[in-house]
Design a protein around this ligand. Structure first.
Ligand SMILES: [Zn+2]
Length: 248
């Protein structure tokens, strides 16, 4: 096994340490999520400084270390200028990236999640960032191993028709016949189900304007945040950011 390897990756998170160093969490096409050290990358003249910023799509060369690998070179494949210039975009891109970071494990190759991130970034940069982040979260869940059943009753398996209920504890939709058997049910209006179904089926290459009702978007956002926070047993930091800074 060679000591040097190259990956294509999205910068999922960065944490500064020391005078000019950074721990960089990458979501790579090849190996899933990895953490690596980047020494000196916060110095303006470092050749790494431009590439190792959150949300960048990069190509990076690393060397293996006994505990942590080190990023030696990094080049930008694609970067999204509006994400750091616009608070709404920054907040919602942070929400999607935090969800992916908190709900994935290192060194599990998941190319479909890498593809989802590289598809979602241009949409977060250009389209309605709240809707893009929620579609990203909805599609990410499908790959995460904790996906919810949105269209079928988790108890009896029947297709849901009209207004029904939903249970985060049970794992999704509950039909009206099974409500008594379900735990902690909440209302699940037909319009919210349609919203989830549209999000799951959404094709990122389709440039048609996205139309969702304001009320369903607010309901979907609350739903995903509650669900992820329930699964990880902690609060998402980006949620505070959204509550504080994003104009409603
Ligand atoms: Zn049922």
């Amino acid at each position: 096994m060679t000591d040097t390897y190259t990956v294509e990756a999205v910068v999922l998170r960065t944490d500064d340490f020391g005078d000019a160093n950074r721990v960089v969490t990458l979501f790579t096409r090849q190996f899933g999520k990895i953490e690596a050290n980047a020494y000196g990358c916060r110095r303006a003249r470092s050749p790494l400084s431009g590439a190792l910023q959150m949300f960048n799509h990069i190509s990076a060369t690393l060397t293996r270390g006994s505990k942590v690998d080190t990023i030696r070179e990094a080049d930008i494949v694609n970067f999204h200028d509006a994400l750091t210039a616009d608070l709404d975009r920054l907040a919602y891109a942070s929400l999607l990236f935090e969800i992916v970071n908190r709900m994935t494990f290192p060194h599990q190759a998941e190319p479909e999640i890498f593809r989802l991130l590289t598809d979602a970034l241009p949409a977060l940069n250009r389209r309605n960032p709240q809707i893009a982040a929620l579609i990203g979260a909805c599609q990410f869940m499908e790959h995460s191993g904790v996906q919810l059943s949105f269209s079928r009753c988790v108890h009896c398996g029947r297709d849901i028709d009209g207004d029904a209920a939903i249970s985060l504890l049970d794992g999704g939709a509950v039909c009206n016949n099974c409500i008594d058997a379900a735990q902690d049910v909440e209302p699940y209006p037909a319009a919210l189900r349609t919203t989830f179904e549209t999000m799951l089926a959404f094709d990122w290459q389709d440039a048609t304007q996205l139309t969702f009702s304001r009320r369903q978007i607010i309901a979907a956002e609350k739903f995903f945040i509650d669900y992820v926070q329930g699964v990880i047993g902690a609060e998402l930091k980006s949620v505070h950011f959204i509550r504080e800074f994003v104009a409603r």
